[in-house]
Design a protein around this ligand. Sequence first.
Ligand SMILES: [Zn+2]
Length: 174
Amino acid sequence: MKDRKRCAVPGCVNHNDQGPFVGDVCSPCYSFLTGVSGGQYSQAAKNGQDRLMLIQEVMNCYAWAIPFINRHGELIVYPKNNIYLNCTTVFSRTAMENKVVSWLSRPCTKDQTPKVMKQMGESFNRYLGTEFTLEDLNQIYTYFGNDANEEWRKKFVDRKFDMAVIKELKESRD
Ligand SMILES: [Zn+2]
């Protein structure tokens, strides 16, 4: 008897004792992911729609940078300077906010012209619904940029980008 397992597609609740599976995914998800007919009601299809909406929301906040989605499903936020967000596994607003904090704080404070840094900061704030100053953005990049301090970063996102989390992080190291 084979082990009971759940479809590997995030959010899918189909188990292999309820219907056919192909490898690690249920048959409807498999159909959708491989482009075979059907599968339009699968969790994989729903995730794709959700993901697209999450990406569009970011794109709308960075419209000045002329963002696009490439064939790998990555979001190229600012093609001119190769600023991108690998969000192929992002299926929730919270996960996207974590990505934005990790990867889009840097161009707000580093390696860009003052004009671009300012635009990046404005877009960052627009997406997160915050009013961070350049000094705040510097701190955010320093402590959470490039995926650093994951647990603290999650706390920062969960607490609606409360700068006090960074203060606590610093104090925890004293
Ligand atoms: Zn499935």
